[in-house]
Design a protein around this ligand. Structure first.
Ligand SMILES: Nc1ncnc2c1ncn2[C@@H]1O[C@H](COP(=O)(O)OP(=O)(O)OP(=O)(O)O)[C@@H](O)[C@H]1O
Length: 446
């Protein structure tokens, strides 16, 4: 991680002290924000991804212990260095027991502090490396299919430039996975990959999600919030289902791409932004343009480089390896023993048409693993699962309930257990979703 990507928040109610600290830290290239109030600092921490907080111990509105406790409650992984005077070393040591990374004595040589900061940075980089190594085994980025091989190759090439990319393909073919891969292969990889699904939000909510808002910008905006475009600073912004963005939102995005700055809703302040845009859609944008639902100029701007990801049924030669990959991955996740696949099942899976593409294949394997009690995945379990659509022993109400349950569970998994977004996507209220979860005995994994 480069120093500029390492975000530090300095909290001290003595403005002069936090200013001088930030000058020292900035001279090393770190990105520094300062705050004189602990309460406001907590708000900032909620809104932005910091890597380190350097906080004074004695402050007027909250003492160091309390601030530390609240930071750790909010963000366990966020490191805190306590700054203290000679008189309160005992407290600083106590703070370390409570989770502070280390402490720094105010009158000491600042190189000591810089040394501690670089330690936090090194540890953070190591943790991220480990995370990335385990993430790379999350995806199978190999293919025997010629078209898919070309797509992976082109994704690697385009990753080296800053070109905007448009990913086309049916739902579940792995557009987000490819977008993430492009980010990981690019020199923006030490910054964040920020995905936003445009279908999950109403127009106002999407714009506030993207551009952020100032406190009081509209009813319900109770605090200032940083948008996803700002969070993608230095990194990659992935806009999924871009066809769902309204014409107004498209104009605003076009302006951001041209002017390279945003204004939070309710503010005139220009905030410079630098990110790569990757968009995806499973709709025909050309038809949407003809119907006046999608701006042509925006389309040309986002589609400098277009990749069309084939449906899984068009790359049948990859199914077997993918089945084995998911069996291994999911059984490890569920802590189940190594699993064998019955040949009849494999033969069925190789011929099946997968209207839901890779997502459907993954879900099928997950269900089969859950149903297997002896370590063997069998075709009969697959059919048992689909039985309700073939057998005639269920009432209409039961069939409806089963279908609803399966669909809600699938959507919850897709939205990573995020309830509001799931409700939004299902077109019901959060309360209705809660009721369904209770009635249908749905298990929510976060
Ligand atoms: N190459 C791959 N290796 C492993 N898993 C994959 C791969 N491609 C896709 N998947 C899995 O398939 C599921 C669907 O992938 P993804 O969300 O990227 O599809 P999508 O095309 O963006 O779907 P949608 O259009 O519905 O948003 C995810 O669970 C993802 O982890």
């Amino acid at each position: 991680m480069k120093n500029e990507a390492f975000q530090i928040l300095v909290v001290d109610d003595e403005q002069a002290y936090s200013d001088s600290l930030s000058i020292i830290l900035r001279s090393e290239g770190y990105a520094v924000d300062t705050e004189t109030s602990s309460v406001k600092a907590l708000e900032k921490i909620g809104n932005k991804e910091y890597h380190l907080v350097i906080s004074d111990f004695m402050m007027e509105d909250m003492d160091g212990f309390e601030l530390l406790k609240m930071i750790k409650e909010k963000k366990k992984e966020l490191e805190v260095i306590i700054v203290t005077g000679y008189g309160s070393i005992k407290n600083a040591v106590e703070a370390m027991k409570k989770g502070a990374f280390s402490y720094y004595i105010k009158s000491h040589d600042p190189t000591e502090l810089l040394h501690e900061v670089s330690k936090v940075k090194r540890i953070r980089a190591l943790t991220e490396e480990i995370q990335q190594a385990s993430e790379s085994s999350r995806y199978l980025m190999r293919s025997k299919n010629k078209k898919m091989q070309e797509i992976i190759e082109m994704a690697e090439k385009v990753a080296q430039s800053d070109t905007n990319v448009l990913l086309l393909g049916e739902s579940g073919v792995g557009k987000e996975v490819i977008a993430n891969y492009i980010h990981e292969q690019s020199n923006r990889k030490s910054y964040q990959f920020i995905p936003v699904n445009c279908r999950s939000y109403s127009k106002t909510l999407l714009e506030s999600e993207l551009f952020g808002h100032e406190k009081g910008a509209y009813t319900g905006a109770t605090e200032t919030r940083i948008g996803k475009v700002e969070s993608a600073q230095g990194g990659t912004l992935f806009l999924d289902e871009i066809g769902d963005a309204t014409l107004d939102t498209q104009i605003k995005l076009l302006r951001v791409l041209d002017a390279k700055y945003i204004e939070r809703i309710g503010s005139n302040e220009h905030i410079d932004v630098d990110f790569r845009l990757i968009c995806a859609t499973n709709q025909g944008l050309k038809e949407q343009i003809q119907q006046g639902e999608f701006r042509e100029d925006f389309f040309y701007r986002i589609s400098t480089f277009t990749l069309e990801i084939p449906a899984l049924r068009e790359r049948q030669e990859d199914i077997e390896e993918m089945v084995r990959f998911f069996v291994k991955q999911i059984s490890r996740k569920m802590d189940k023993q190594a699993l064998d696949i019955e040949p009849e099942l494999m033969a069925y899976l190789l011929k099946y048409s997968y209207p839901g593409n890779i997502r459907e294949l993954k879900n099928i394997i997950e269900r089969l693993i859950v149903l297997s009690s002896d370590g063997i995945l069998r075709k009969k379990d697959l059919l048992a699962n689909q039985q309700h659509s073939h057998s005639l022993e269920y009432t209409l109400k039961e069939v409806r309930a089963q279908a609803e349950k399966a669909y809600i569970e699938q959507m919850l998994r897709h939205m990573d257990g995020h309830l509001s977004e799931t409700a939004n996507r299902l077109g019901i209220t959060r309360r209705q979703l809660f009721n369904k979860i209770g009635q249908l005995n749905i298990h929510v994994e976060k």
